[in-house]
Design a protein around this ligand. Structure first.
Ligand code: SF4
Length: 399
C-alpha cells in the first residue's frame, strides 16, 4: 500500500500518521510518500515498520521502491491497459491540470514552500499536451491548479516553449488562450490578483474560459495582510473587482479567508465583514487560524482565543450565507448549461460554470434519470437555498 500524506496543518499530519497506522495494520507492506515525507524521522519513530518514505512529487523514487518490494511487471502490449492519457482519480468528465509545483511566497501561516520548494513551472508544451490528451479521452472540464496560478512561468522568465509547432510563452495569459482552444470548460484556481490578471477577464467575457476566479484573499485589513505577508494584496481590491464585473458581468468569484489570525482585533475583523458586504463574493470559505508547526506566524504575539475565533467564524459565515442566498435567489428563472456529475436515486446532480467540484454548490435535477455523468444540459433554475440550486432541463439535446 502507498500512503500519500499531507503535512499542511496539524490535523492533516495527524490524519496522515493515523492512515499509515491503519495501512500497516491492514496490510503490513506500506510505502509513505507526499509532503509529510520530508519529516521522515518522525514517521519512522512512530511507525518503524514502514518499508520506505519519500517526499513530495517523488514519482520515480516511489516506483523504484514499489519495484524493490513487488516484482516489476513485464510489459505486454496485449494486457497493458494503461491508456495514453495515464490513470487519473477524478471522474471521466473533469480533470485537474497542475501547471506548477512550489511557491515563491512566504505567507507566515503556511509551510508549503518549506515542503515543496520554490515555484517550479511545468513547460507550457507539456501542460498543453496533457490537456489535449485529457480532452481526447473525454474530459469536459479542466481545472487549472497550482500554488500560485498567476505566477506561472516567473521562475523560467516566461520563456518561450513550443506546442503543436507554434511558439507559446510560459505565461498565465498565453496558457489560458491556448487552453481555450481545446473547446472545454477551463476553470482557474488559486489566482492572486496581480495586475496581469486584468488581461484574463476579457477571455472570460468572450466565453473562452469560464468566468470564474478562485482568489484566496484571506483577509481585508491591511495590517493583517502585511502580517500574513500575502502576495498581490492591494488597497484597490474592491475597485478592481468592480472593474472586472464591468468587463464581465457573469464573473463569479470564489475566495477563502482566515479569521482569528494572531493579533486580529475586533475592529480589524469588522473591517473584514464590511469588505464581505461590499465585495459581494459568490462563493466563500472561511477557516479559523490554525497554527502549523514551522509557520512563522506562530511566533506573532496576541493569539486569539479559540472561543473568540469561533464567534468570529459564525458571524462571518452568517454574513456570507445571506449574500450567497440572495445571489442564488436572483438566479431563479435563468438558464444555465449544467455539467452532470452523477445520477443517484433522487435524480441527476451537476454544476454550472459557477461551481467547482467538491468546494462549491450543486445543481439538482430532481427525478431526472435520463442524464449521464459528463452530459451537458441546459437547465432552468426553479429553486435555491444558501448554497445549492434546483432546476429542470429546458431541452433534451446535449450542447
Ligand atoms: S502563496 Fe502563500 S499560502 Fe499560498 S502556497 Fe505560497 S506561501 Fe503558501
Amino acid at each position: 500500500m502507498i500512503v500519500n500524506t499531507c503535512g499542511f496543518i496539524d490535523s492533516a499530519v495527524q490524519e496522515s500518521l493515523d492512515t499509515i497506522g491503519e495501512a500497516l495494520a491492514a496490510n503490513g507492506k506500506v510505502l509513505v510518500t507526499g509532503c509529510l515525507g520530508v519529516k521522515k524521522d518522525e514517521i519512522i519513530e512512530l511507525h518503524p515498520n514502514v518499508l520506505g518514505v519519500t517526499g513530495p512529487h517523488a514519482y520515480d523514487e516511489v516506483l523504484t521502491q514499489v519495484h524493490k518490494h513487488v516484482a516489476k511487471p513485464v510489459h505486454n502490449p496485449f494486457i497493458d491497459l494503461v491508456p495514453p492519457q495515464g490513470v487519473k482519480l477524478t471522474p471521466k468528465h473533469y480533470a485537474y491540470l497542475k501547471i506548477s509545483e512550489g511557491c515563491n511566497h512566504r505567507c507566515t501561516f503556511c509551510i508549503i514552500p518549506s515542503m515543496r520548494g520554490d515555484l517550479d513551472s511545468r513547460p507550457v508544451g507539456d501542460v498543453l499536451g496533457e490537456a489535449k490528451r485529457l480532452v481526447d479521452a473525454g474530459v469536459k472540464e479542466l481545472l487549472v491548479i497550482s500554488q500560485d496560478t498567476s505566477a506561472y512561468g516567473v521562475d523560467v522568465k516566461h520563456k518561450t516553449d513550443f506546442w503543436d509547432g507554434m511558439p507559446v510563452k510560459t505565461h498565465m495569459q498565453q496558457l489560458c488562450e491556448e487552453l481555450a482552444k481545446q473547446g472545454v470548460w477551463i476553470r482557474l484556481h488559486y489566482v492572486y490578483p496581480y495586475p496581469h490578471v486584468d488581461k484574463i477577464i476579457p477571455l472570460m467575457a468572450e466565453g473562452k474560459i469560464l468566468p470564474y476566479l478562485d482568489i484566496p484573499f484571506q483577509h481585508a485589513n491591511k495590517r493583517i495582510l502585511k502580517l500574513m505577508k500575502r502576495p498581490g494584496s492591494s488597497d484597490r481590491v474592491l475597485e478592481r473587482i468592480a472593474k472586472w464585473r464591468e468587463i464581465c458581468p457573469e464573473l463569479v468569484i470564489r475566495s477563502t479567508f482566515i479569521v482569528g489570525f494572531p493579533g486580529e482585533t475586533e475592529e480589524e475583523f469588522e473591517e473584514l465583514l464590511v469588505f464581505l458586504e461590499e465585495a459581494q463574493l459568490d462563493r466563500v470559505g472561511c477557516f479559523k487560524y490554525s497554527p502549523v508547526e514551522g509557520a512563522t506566524a506562530n511566533a506573532l504575539p496576541d493569539h486569539v482565543p479559540d472561543e473568540v475565533m469561533e464567534g468570529r467564524l459564525q458571524r462571518f459565515m452568517a454574513v456570507q450565507a445571506k449574500i450567497s442566498s440572495d445571489k442564488l435567489q436572483a438566479r431563479i428563472g435563468q438558464e444555465y448549461l449544467i455539467l452532470i456529475d452523477e445520477v443517484n436515486s433522487l435524480g441527476a446532480v451537476g454544476r454550472s460554470y459557477m461551481d467547482a467540484p467538491e468546494v462549491d454548490g450543486k445543481v439538482y435535477l430532481s427525478d431526472d434519470f435520463d442524464a449521464k455523468p459528463g452530459d451537458q444540459i441546459w437547465v432552468q433554475i426553479i429553486h435555491a437555498d444558501e448554497h445549492d440550486v434546483w432546476g429542470v432541463r429546458v431541452e433534451d439535446e446535449e450542447d
